[in-house]
Design a protein around this ligand. Sequence first.
Ligand code: ZN
Ligand code: ZN
Length: 349
Amino acid sequence: MEGTMVKAVIVGERQADLVEMPIPQPKADWALVKMRVVPMCTEYKAWLRGPRSPGERINALGHEGAGEVVQVAQPCGVKVGDRVVVMGAGPCGRCAYCRAGDFLHCPYQAQYADFTGEAEPTGAYAQYRLGAAWLLPKIPDDISFEHASMAWCGLGPTFGAMQTIGMNALDTVLITGAGPVGQGGIVNAKYRGARVIVAELEPWRVERAKLLGADAVVDPRDEHVVEQIREMTVDGLGVTCAIDCAGVVASQRLCIDATRTKGRVCFVAESSDPLPIRVSADMLRKGLTLVGQWHYSLNDFGQIMQVIRGSSDVLDVLISHRFPMSRVQDALALSASHECGKIILDPWA
Ligand SMILES: [Zn+2]
Ligand SMILES: [Zn+2]
């Protein structure tokens, strides 16, 4: 496709801007997608920091989206007109991890430029984006672009966690942190019929957790929070499983302490702080299963679409704000304020 397009970039500390660039050209089995919906994730962190040095800019913003295929270079897994979810950039697509759907763990990242001719990947905050055909799963006809775009970081991490720990309607789950990922966790847990206790301290997020259907919200700063959580469980032994979506040592520890003996704990939130785990007390004698889950397996895409189809009303709560991309600066400021669920950008307005 000829011509130019608009994308958002970060040009300074707390400064985003729109720039024009040539529409990228697909090669090999990559396809050009016209982006219709672009959810925001953690890009506000880069916006708060700004580029490494003055004069530089951060060019690749965002990694989520939904849109339609408008151009292919050769016959491949998608065709022009397909409505697709856009995820990630350049895993190889052939190794054992990619075949298992765990493409985020692929050790053989494709050289983006070999396939696209671009020196660096275009982020998702753009009117068009290239994607490898095998990583562009098709959206069922009865699901909107907006709702389908929640498949990635809105619902994906906690969906993956629940698959890994086998969470179902018999569970009472503790979700620590009701940011956008934790909010997605509430949606997933309610869809599966579990009882949901949320630990959150920021008032806006507490209200959102309730709107999304949390059965109870506790304040993690309360010194009796573990006892409070235990009292909310049928036999007083603690929750059967916990998913950490806050990513701080205190929340990780709360998951371990509030989960009953032989329960399962899954860590979803990114964290680089060391978490002290007592092998005897936490793992041997308590028999906890402690696992980490980055995201969901692409092979479960059909099932995540099922969650989306069955959660239509709450997805319109999970999506808390919509902005034209021309107001990306305001959208990033709101994202940094933490008073939001998933914010979605319209790259064409
Ligand atoms: Zn791979
Ligand atoms: Zn994300």
